[in-house]
Design a protein around this ligand. Structure first.
Ligand code: ZN
Length: 240
């Protein structure tokens, strides 16, 4: 069984469709997402609809949560706030209810999925450093946990020591614990503009990071056409 693990899609339908095509070509049959389906780009409805059609297991990201409620957003940058206000206006009552009711952590097979961290997941902390990874590992009961939120693919491995590094293919060793950021489908921030996602092959026990080209200009034009901040469009070409 092969799972595609999709992170931070952020309403980028062109990137999502390119990734799903790549996943199919690689024999993926199941889907899970580390959240932030909406926000920043222009296709929140279509992205939600696509994931629901695929029966994608989904956790709630901070953008999903804030798009679904009416609270103020002082934790967000002004551009992110503007994007969330736009998203609130363009989702239906039922779409917002669906986002509001998403779980914050899910366990599937032998892995866990969360948006930010297993340590106080509603504080939406970012895991870049070993210390933050270690706090998450203390709450990890499966060998593998996938997360998102930073939009930067990165793996932490805890055996006797805690290792951190970039990855292309990880071989899951019995006894070790893995905390794996799958990067972002819809707004990569590691200076590589290609859409990122990971394939988890449960039989082979491998996690492979995939990078996929998509029609960035089409997404940029939509962002501009609907009146979302230009910066949301510009950053896609730079991957940051
Ligand atoms: Zn995000």
């Amino acid at each position: 069984m092969k799972y595609a693990i999709l992170g931070d899609i952020h309403a980028n339908l062109e990137a999502l469709n390119a990734v799903l095509k790549d996943a199919k070509e690689h024999g993926v049959t199941h889907y899970a997402s580390t959240g932030d389906v909406v926000g920043y780009n222009a296709d929140p409805k279509a992205c939600l609809h696509t994931l629901r059609k695929l029966k994608c297991a989904l956790v709630q990201g901070n953008h999903d949560y804030y798009a679904a409620i009416n609270e103020s957003m002082e934790l967000f940058s002004p551009l992110a706030q503007k994007s969330i206000r736009w998203t609130r206006k363009h989702l239906s009552f039922f779409e917002r209810k669906y986002l509001r009711n998403l779980p914050i952590i899910i366990d599937i097979e032998d892995f866990t999925v969360v948006h930010s961290s297993l340590s106080n997941p509603r504080q939406w902390n970012y895991i870049f450093k070993r210390k933050a990874a270690d706090a998450s590992f203390r709450n990890q009961f499966n060998p593998v946990c996938f997360f998102g939120h930073t939009h930067v693919p990165l793996a932490f491995i805890k055996e006797k020591t805690l290792e951190k590094g970039l990855y292309e293919t990880l071989h899951i060793r019995p006894g070790a614990h893995y905390l794996i950021n799958v990067g972002s489908v819809g707004q990569p921030r590691d200076r590589n503009p290609k859409a990122a996602y990971a394939i988890y092959d449960l039989e082979a026990q491998t996690v492979t990071l995939r990078r996929v080209e998509y029609d960035i200009a089409a997404t940029q034009k939509k962002v501009r056409a609907v009146g979302l901040p230009f910066r949301n469009a510009l950053r896609l070409a730079n991957g940051r």
